[in-house]
Write a protein that binds this ligand. Sequence first.
Ligand SMILES: *[C@@H]1O[C@H](CO)[C@@H](O)[C@H](O)[C@H]1NC(C)=O
Ligand SMILES: *[C@@H]1O[C@H](CO)[C@@H](O)[C@H](O)[C@H]1NC(C)=O
Ligand SMILES: *[C@@H]1O[C@H](CO)[C@@H](O)[C@H](O)[C@H]1NC(C)=O
Ligand SMILES: *[C@@H]1O[C@H](CO)[C@@H](O)[C@H](O)[C@H]1NC(C)=O
Ligand SMILES: *[C@@H]1O[C@H](CO)[C@@H](O)[C@H](O)[C@H]1NC(C)=O
Ligand SMILES: *[C@@H]1O[C@H](CO)[C@@H](O)[C@H](O)[C@H]1NC(C)=O
Ligand SMILES: *[C@@H]1O[C@H](CO)[C@@H](O)[C@H](O)[C@H]1NC(C)=O
Ligand SMILES: *[C@@H]1O[C@H](CO)[C@@H](O)[C@H](O)[C@H]1NC(C)=O
Ligand SMILES: *[C@@H]1O[C@H](CO)[C@@H](O)[C@H](O)[C@H]1NC(C)=O
Ligand SMILES: *[C@@H]1O[C@H](CO)[C@@H](O)[C@H](O)[C@H]1NC(C)=O
Length: 574
Amino acid sequence: MAFYQTGLIRVPISVMLYILACITVTQEPIRAVPPYISSTVAPETSSPGVNITLQEGCTSQTIGGCLQNLLEQIENITAQVLPLNTVTDILTVAFNASEKILESSSSANPTELASYGNRVLKTSEKLISTLVKPTDTNDSVSFTLAAVEGRVFMVGPQVAFEKIPRLDTTNSSVAIDLIGIAKNNNERSAAVAFMSYNTMENLLKPDFFKTSNNTVKTMMSTVISATLPKTTNTNLTKPVNFTFKHIREFVPSGSLSCVYWNISEWIVDGCSVLKTNSSYTVCSCIHLSTFALIMQTSHPAESDSQLDLLNLVCVIMGLVFFSLALLTFHLCQWSSGVNNVARINICISLLLAHLLFLLTQRFLSLIRPQQVLCAVISGLLHFLFLSGFVWMFIESVMLFICVKNLSQISSKKREVLSSGFLCVIGYAVALVVVCVSVGLVPEGYGSEHCWIKIEKGFIWSFLGPVCVILVSNTILFVKIIITLSSKLTNLNAEVSQMKQTKIIVFKTLAQFVVLGCSWILGFFTKGSKVLEILFLILNSQQGTFIFLIYCVLNDEVRQQYKKFFRCLFCVKQH
Ligand SMILES: *[C@@H]1O[C@H](CO)[C@@H](O)[C@H](O)[C@H]1NC(C)=O
Ligand SMILES: *[C@@H]1O[C@H](CO)[C@@H](O)[C@H](O)[C@H]1NC(C)=O
Ligand SMILES: *[C@@H]1O[C@H](CO)[C@@H](O)[C@H](O)[C@H]1NC(C)=O
Ligand SMILES: *[C@@H]1O[C@H](CO)[C@@H](O)[C@H](O)[C@H]1NC(C)=O
Ligand SMILES: *[C@@H]1O[C@H](CO)[C@@H](O)[C@H](O)[C@H]1NC(C)=O
Ligand SMILES: *[C@@H]1O[C@H](CO)[C@@H](O)[C@H](O)[C@H]1NC(C)=O
Ligand SMILES: *[C@@H]1O[C@H](CO)[C@@H](O)[C@H](O)[C@H]1NC(C)=O
Ligand SMILES: *[C@@H]1O[C@H](CO)[C@@H](O)[C@H](O)[C@H]1NC(C)=O
Ligand SMILES: *[C@@H]1O[C@H](CO)[C@@H](O)[C@H](O)[C@H]1NC(C)=O
Ligand SMILES: *[C@@H]1O[C@H](CO)[C@@H](O)[C@H](O)[C@H]1NC(C)=O
């Protein structure tokens, strides 16, 4: 949650939306198309009088005309009932030809494609209606082709059940009260034809869904059509319910619309989303025709590119200061009485984490297809950010021990001895958390941003430990301040050491507030632009704050810097 909202992630969201937009807008890759060989369907034996052929010598230039002719031949069919294999053969040829239309770049005009789509829909509905045969009880016919799946269900006067039938195709299904409809007919019979078109979205593009707000539209389901062929009274007794399986990844910020196709556009009238979860949506409609599920997501806004730039600059600036702080800590080893181990490791963990995060998000489009790499990166990020927090906790614990027993503050030997041990703890805790998470929910790693997946609460493998550490640190600091103030009243000796300790406590507290608060803020950024920008700045400037607190505001370090620059100056003068 928190991380998903982070400013740092703005870059990948826009990248992702761009990719989504591309998938939506571009068609199938255009291949070199050989001249089409005419193919004859429907051998005489299967159905006399039905001879549907694709014209001779169709090429990518003339395929549009060939398809028109083919569809006209189908429209000219007069037979009321056709055998299943004739229908599937004709459909195969028709969809084969309509796919060729898409491959030929010359006729990529969307309006033209939509008009082909209309005719393909109409002829398919006509063809499938020829599968309906009179029945006394109930009957069904179904077929599954590469491009289209069809289900026909018929009931007659002696139907023996009351249950609402449900017709299923691979990725969608329909529930319609056919029994009720049959009862309203004089013949007491009715039939429903349900078709799911796997490639129709290329003709009836989601961009034909016109809305007032300018959004990116993505087809989330196959295009389906439901009709009541050879049924006199087609008035619905109950709304018809369609269950769509999402054929693309659902974006939680997107909004879903159940739409139907009316000649030249997708419109919502009479359809509504009944219920939805991440992988299925149920639509309810009060009429029948051709339907689909379209998701709207906001465009990668123009103003966001400024935010992206701000983000990039901030993160790089943070990284530079992290490095400067590390360099300074390395040079600050002389400073007696100060244990830098925790501080150095906070810097190392966060520097690596921010760097890895920046690189991952910049090259997301390259990394994302490599599932394993993506998961490994998200595991590594989890480990690095967590160890940053563990080190922050260790620093507070060390400070607490120092304050409890002020005399130990300068026993350098002890600290040097323990720093190896500290390193083991500092990194082992984070490693254990990551290992346990991998062991329990391996699929929790590698979201679309190569971070931990937000769904199913797996993000708590990060937020959980972070919250525990933030709470523990708060308690520790309250204790430290209480101890310090009581020592201050009791102790008169060692005033200078006292003063030094107070400064260290103050600085560590400041560091905790800066590092901890930037993450806490992450919980509240939802929807607020100002908070988002604030979070972006605070979170990316962790290195800058550490540098300010420990290096710029440190007398001793300042002295060393002065010496260093004076030396540089001397060298130049010689
Ligand atoms: C089908 O039509 C083609 C020409 O359109 C013709 O050559 C062929 O003989 C016909 N077949 C039958 C069985 O009518
Ligand atoms: C369809 O029928 C009409 C007349 O009913 C005819 O003019 C037309 O040529 C036929 N089309 C084809 C492709 O057979
Ligand atoms: C589809 O078209 C290709 C030519 O591009 C052809 O080779 C193939 O046989 C056709 N398939 C059917 C089922 O007609
Ligand atoms: C008719 O309906 C019954 C009960 O749902 C079902 O078991 C049977 O398979 C159906 N018959 C046909 C031909 O679909
Ligand atoms: C569709 O769902 C609505 C709401 O749950 C229900 O009232 C209706 O009867 C359902 N229709 C069918 C055909 O099941
Ligand atoms: C179907 O419903 C409409 C109103 O929704 C009504 O005017 C019409 O008479 C109905 N048809 C039949 C056959 O009941
Ligand atoms: C059904 O949806 C899945 C994605 O969820 C897709 O991979 C598959 O191709 C779809 N099947 C059909 C027949 O459209
Ligand atoms: C389709 O659109 C036309 C005009 O845009 C409208 O008259 C008609 O009622 C619409 N059809 C349905 C089923 O809403
Ligand atoms: C989503 O809803 C569908 C049908 O409504 C159900 O089968 C599926 O289990 C649900 N999935 C989740 C993750 O809740
Ligand atoms: C677009 O506007 C409609 C209402 O007009 C709203 O329900 C929907 O959430 C908006 N979509 C986006 C992505 O802003």
